[in-house]
Design a protein around this ligand. Structure first.
Ligand code: SAH
Ligand code: MG
Length: 192
C-alpha cells in the first residue's frame, strides 16, 4: 500500500476506534516543519495508534515513539508491523516518565498526558540536540470553558495554562504558541 493510503487508513481507523489523533492542520504543519528544518530524528511522547508517528515518518524523519497504554501498544504494534514506513518507526512500550536513551533528537513531540506536559518538557530537554525543537500538541485543550467542565478537567486546564506561562517565562527557550489545530507550542533553545 502507498504511504498516503496507509496514513488515510490509520486516520479512519482512529475515528472508528475513537483514538485521539493530531488534527489535519497539525499534520500538515509537522510535515512542512520537518522538511524546512531538516529534522532527521524525532522523539514522540504518546503514540496512541501511531497515526502521528506515521505522519512524521512520511515527512522523511525517523521516529522513536513512547506509549504506556497496553491497548494502544497492541494497536500501534500491529499498525507499524504492516506499514510501508515500518523501518522508520520504533515503538517503546513504557511510561515516558521512565524513558532513558543515549540518543538525542532534532525534534521532541509532546502529546502524552496533558497534566504532565511541564514534567515532560523539562525531563526530555536532556535528549534534545542543541539546535533542536520541542513541539507540544493540544495546548488549547479543545478551547474548553473552565466554567462549563468537571473539576478534573478544570484542573487540567489550569495545569496547561500554568505550563503555557512557564514556557513564556522560560529564559532558556524561546516559545511560539500557534493557533493551529488544537493549539501547538514550538520551543527552541536560546543560544547564549
Ligand atoms: N500522538 C498520537 C495521539 C496520542 S494520544 C496521534 O496524534 O496519533 C495520547 C497518548 O499518550 C495516549 O495513548 C496515552 O496512553 C499516552 N500517554 C499519556 N501519558 C503517557 C506517558 N506518561 N507515557 C507514555 N504514554 C503516555
Ligand atoms: Mg494530541
Amino acid at each position: 500500500m502507498m504511504v498516503n493510503d496507509y496514513i488515510n487508513f490509520l486516520k479512519h481507523q482512529a475515528k472508528e476506534k475513537n483514538v485521539p489523533i493530531i488534527q489535519d492542520e497539525v499534520a500538515e504543519f509537522l510535515i512542512q516543519f520537518i522538511q524546512e528544518h531538516d529534522v532527521k530524528e524525532v522523539l514522540e511522547i504518546g503514540t496512541a495508534s501511531s497515526y502521528s508517528a506515521h505522519v512524521i515518518a512520511s515527512a522523511g524523519a525517523e521516529v522513536h515513539t513512547i506509549e504506556r497504554n497496553e491497548v494502544m501498544i497492541e494497536l500501534a504494534s500491529e499498525n507499524i508491523k504492516s506499514s510501508p514506513l515500518k523501518d522508520k518507526i520504533t515503538l517503546y512500550a513504557e511510561d515516558a516518565l521512565n524513558f532513558k536513551t543515549s540518543k538525542t533528537f532534532d525534534l521532541i513531540f509532546i502529546d502524552g498526558a496533558k497534566s504532565k506536559y511541564k514534567h515532560f518538557f523539562t525531563m526530555f530537554q536532556e535528549y534534545l540536540k542543541p539546535n533542536g525543537y520541542i513541539i507540544c500538541d493540544n495546548m488549547f485543550f479543545h478551547h474548553l470553558n473552565p466554567q462549563e467542565v468537571s473539576r478534573n478537567t478544570r484542573q487540567l486546564l489550569k495545569k496547561l495554562q500554568d505550563f503555557t506561562e512557564y514556557l513564556i517565562n522560560d529564559t532558556q527557550f524561546k516559545t511560539y504558541i500557534l493557533d493551529i489545530g488544537d493549539g501547538i507550542s514550538i520551543s527552541s533553545r536560546v543560544i547564549q
